[in-house]
Design a protein around this ligand. Structure first.
Ligand SMILES: *Cc1c(COP(=O)(O)O)cnc(C)c1O
Length: 384
């Protein structure tokens, strides 16, 4: 109501940002009475997503985690298998490995893109070959909306015939060598969770060039019903389909994805201009092979030079009602992968450093310059 309360309005990390068309598609869903999983909005969303990404086959699902689970199951991941994954990622990338009774192996990041380090991957595969046990799949994450080095990773995996499943959950709208994130992989996983660059409030999608892979995913996502008029099952599936109402939201969001990417770049550039000359602050780098969507603007703070560490800055922002977050805590440091699911890491020092020094700044696409000025001032105040 007053200017003062407005100045203290909470600034969120990455809130949903709905456009003008979503509600129209939701009305269509209501008018058609497809208030159900499946329906014409889901079909249209899948088709439109395929057009946007040029990945021909897609299945819309209840979450990105569900998409990863289906991909790994279809690739035959089983108890006793290993699956290589980025250590610097979100748990939804790797929890499906444990759903299938397999063991994740965590590969360190590099400093070029903060994604799976291809050199570390190559060395570890070489070593595994000598022990005659290579992983069933490799899952690079496109961290914070920047693609991993797909070509190098594929080249490394090809001689071993290991499929690459891209976790592109954060990377809608990002490009690798001019192609959309996830293009060219065995399968690619996307998420439309509420905090992602486009959202269906909650949802995910699996995409592939292989029709049969997506057909199997569709089958398993609908309780593995065999083709009978009654309910007949010769396999166990899941209830993983996207709701028709949520797909309607996704259709609207997809239409403004390019605008959202532009807005994310505007935010990144604003922060960068304001902070690039501040000693002790660096920005997440962009590899020359692609265009990141800059889902979140991420900085690294060198406490000796800046005068405060990442956690001090985060707490200080919080005291001014500004939400920020540490970079993902690497998987190899997570208690669950030491205790319940003991898993090894290959390297990990780079990911640890990025975690200890990295801070994700508020990056909502509806942020104003005044909002960003508040964040910048709050950061600069921490220098003592
Ligand atoms: C969000 C996210 C997921 C999981 O997506 P959900 O839709 O939340 O299940 C997986 N991996 C990464 C890297 C993510 O950021």
């Amino acid at each position: 109501m007053t200017i003062k309360s407005d100045k203290n309005r909470r600034i969120f990390l990455s809130p949903p940002h709905i456009g003008d068309e979503e509600i129209r598609f939701v009305h269509e869903a209501f008018d058609s009475n497809y208030i159900a999983p499946l329906g014409p909005q889901v079909d249209a969303f899948e088709r439109e997503f395929a057009e946007k990404t040029e990945i021909p086959y897609t299945v819309a699902l209840s979450s990105g985690t569900a998409a990863m689970h289906l991909a790994l199951r279809i690739l035959g991941v089983k108890p006793g298998d290993e699956v290589f994954a980025s250590t610097l990622t979100f748990i939804g990338s790797v929890s499906p490995v444990t759903f299938l009774g397999a063991t994740p192996v965590f590969i360190d990041a590099d400093r070029i893109s903060w994604n799976m380090n291809p050199d570390v991957l190559a060395e570890e595969l070489e070593r595994c070959k000598k022990c005659s046990k290579v992983p069933k799949a490799v899952i690079p994450t496109d961290l914070y909306g920047q693609c991993a080095d797909y070509d190098r990773i594929r080249e490394i995996c090809e001689p071993y015939h290991i499929p690459v499943v891209i976790d592109a959950a954060e990377a809608c709208g990002a490009l690798y060598k001019g192609k959309h994130a996830g293009f060219g992989a065995k399968a690619a996983v996307f998420s439309f969770n509420g905090n992602k660059i486009i959202t269906t409030s909650g949802g995910g999608l699996l995409a592939s060039e292989e029709k049969s892979l997506i057909e199997q995913a569709r089958f398993l996502s609908q309780q593995a019903r065999d083709a009978f008029p009654h309910y007949e099952h010769s396999e166990i599936g899941y209830n993983y389909r996207m709701s028709n109402v949520l797909a309607a939201i996704g259709r609207g969001q997809l239409r403004i994805l390019d605008e959202r990417v532009k807005a994310k770049h505007r935010i990144f550039n604003y922060y960068k201009n304001a902070l690039k000359d501040i000693p002790g602050i660096e920005f997440m780098p962009e590899a020359s092979y692609g265009r990141a969507n800059r889902w979140l603007t991420v900085i690294l703070i060198n406490p000796e030079i800046f005068g405060a560490d990442r956690e001090t800055v985060r707490i200080s922002l919080e005291s001014e009602n500004i939400e920020s977050r540490p970079v993902w805590k690497p998987m190899h440091l997570q208690p669950v992968f030491k205790t319940t699911y003991p898993s090894r890491a290959v390297g990990g020092e780079i990911a640890e450093d990025l975690f200890h020094r990295g801070l994700c700044l508020p990056s909502g696409t509806a942020m104003t310059n005044e909002d960003m000025e508040r964040v910048i001032a709050a950061i600069l105040k921490c220098r003592m």
